[in-house]
Design a protein around this ligand. Structure first.
Ligand SMILES: [Zn+2]
Length: 137
C-alpha cells in the first residue's frame, strides 16, 4: 500500500487516541501491517508521484494552514514507520542501486489485489479524508 492511506490510518489513530498518545502511536504503527495486505500492483512511479507524493504534500500544506502540523507529522511518521525503516526513508525508491530494501517488517504477502484505478482512488480519497480531519481537529 502506498504512503497516503498509511498516513490516514496513522492520523486517525493519533486523533482517536489523543488522550493516550502512546497507545495512538502503537495503533498507528500496527495499522501499517494491516493495510500492507492490500497490494499496489500496476502502480508506476508516475502514479506514485500523482496519487501519493502530491496528496501527501497537499496534506502537509493543509496541516500548516490548520496549525495541525504535529498531528499530521505523528500520523505520517507512525503510520509509515515500517516503510521508513524497510525502504530506508524511501531512498530505495529513488536510488535503488545504492539503497537496498529490507523485509524486516514486510514478511507477509499482500492478499488483496485491487485494480490500479482503485489504488489511485484510495490515494485521492485518503487525501480528502486527511484534509477533513485536519480541519476538524
Ligand atoms: Zn509497508
Amino acid at each position: 500500500m502506498q504512503s497516503i492511506p498509511h498516513t490516514l490510518a496513522g492520523i486517525t489513530s493519533i486523533v482517536i487516541c489523543s488522550k493516550y498518545p502512546v497507545l495512538g502511536a502503537f495503533v498507528a504503527t500496527g495499522s501499517h501491517a494491516l493495510l500492507d495486505m492490500v497490494n499496489e500492483s500496476g502502480f508506476k512511479m508516475k502514479d506514485n508521484i500523482i496519487f501519493d507524493m502530491i496528496p501527501t504534500i497537499m496534506c502537509f500544506l493543509v496541516s500548516i494552514y490548520t496549525q495541525n502540523f504535529w498531528v499530521f507529522f505523528k500520523g505520517w511518521a507512525f503510520g509509515n514507520l515500517f516503510d521508513l525503516y524497510d525502504k530506508k526513508m524511501y531512498l530505495t525508491m529513488f536510488f535503488p542501486n545504492k539503497f537496498k530494501r529490507t523485509e524486516r517488517f514486510h514478511w507477509g504477502k499482500p492478499c488483496i489485489n485491487p485494480h490500479v484505478n482503485v489504488t489511485k482512488l484510495i490515494g485521492i480519497v485518503s487525501m480528502i479524508l486527511i484534509a477533513l480531519i485536519l480541519y476538524k481537529v
